[in-house]
Design a protein around this ligand. Structure first.
Ligand SMILES: Cc1cc2nc3c(=O)[nH]c(=O)nc-3n(C[C@H](O)[C@H](O)[C@H](O)COP(=O)(O)OP(=O)(O)OC[C@H]3O[C@@H](n4cnc5c(N)ncnc54)[C@H](O)[C@@H]3O)c2cc1C
Length: 255
């Protein structure tokens, strides 16, 4: 039962996922901030605000193809044929992608990151009228079977007329129609009760026991002082963990 419970939390198979990353104690908890909150316009509105207020230049829809170093300067080649130059580089790409990007700069770290495969999952969000459901308010549903990973609700941020549910499944196993059928069956809905739906895909690093302590290993292997590596495979999967990692690398950059 615990393996299903843990799997739902980290949206991937939890067997051999390092406990010190998953169940660790937070260094500090800022009690003045709420533990649960949501943003009007979603999390993206928060990022847009940072970009706007910070006067940052962002190239969306542009893939970084290669990061190389020549005469002490980084040269970043992008999918639109540009080559950007800089004194320092920070990569916040998934571990397996970072491995490819730094293969000529940090071959030993690249080899190590190749041992962290991505776990792909898919989600289907649906919006339904409250009166189409008999289910009481709930945070989520965790199955005891392998049919899906979890169903998460938006009931913590109550809407006067609508409710929303997100089905998480392992990637490339179910069609959109099958996902709808699971939601309808588990929530006792009719297909016509679904007012709106949205599907998306995700990938998370599949860390395993040999990947701890990852940080020490990266520090041992690192040869480039001006290359900064961030993401959800250092301190943990949560956004808070990602922010802590970014903050620590920013301190190293400023030192
Ligand atoms: C279903 C699900 C639910 C979650 N729920 C929560 C939650 O409730 N609370 C929480 O704290 N965390 C949650 N997480 C975890 C958290 O969302 C992720 O761990 C976190 O967003 C990862 O951030 P990241 O920046 O490291 O990686 P990502 O968000 O994966 O970002 C990597 C970025 O790199 C880009 N990229 C990849 N290759 C290239 C390239 N070659 N060139 C340029 N860009 C590239 C990708 O497009 C992507 O935008 C959840 C995760 C999932 C999958």
């Amino acid at each position: 039962m615990f393996s299903k419970l843990f799997r739902a939390v980290i949206s991937q198979n939890a067997d051999e996922y390092p406990a010190e990353i998953f169940l660790k104690r937070r260094k500090e908890r800022r009690k003045e901030y709420p533990r649960k909150f949501s943003f009007k316009g979603g999390l993206l509105s928060f990022l847009r605000n940072i970009v706007e207020k910070g006067g940052l230049q962002v190239h969306t829809g542009t893939e970084v193809m290669e990061v190389a170093k020549e005469d002490g300067k980084y040269r970043i080649s992008t999918s639109d044929g540009k080559v950007l130059e800089s004194q320092a580089v920070a990569l916040a790409t998934p571990a397996h992608i970072t491995a490819g990007l730094i293969r000529s700069l940090e071959p030993a770290i690249a080899d190590y990151f190749r041992t962290i495969p991505p776990f792909h999952s898919e989600t289907l969000d649906i919006i339904v009228k409250k009166d189409a459901l008999t289910l009481p308010k709930l945070a989520g549903i965790i199955p005891v079977s392998d049919e899906f990973l979890s169903i998460v609700t938006r009931d913590v941020a109550e809407h006067p007329e609508l409710r929303s549910f997100t089905l998480h499944v392992e990637g490339q196993r179910t069609t959109e129609e099958e996902k709808r059928a699971i939601l309808c069956r588990v929530l006792s809905l009719r297909p016509e009760d679904i007012l709106e739906s949205f599907s998306t895909t995700h990938s998370l690093p599949s860390l395993r026991l040999p990947h701890t302590p990852l940080l020490r290993k990266v520090e041992e292997l690192r040869t480039q002082e001006d290359l900064f590596l961030l993401g959800n495979y250092y301190y943990g999967l949560s956004l808070e963990d990602c922010v802590h990692r970014s903050s620590d690398e920013a301190k190293r950059f400023g030192a």
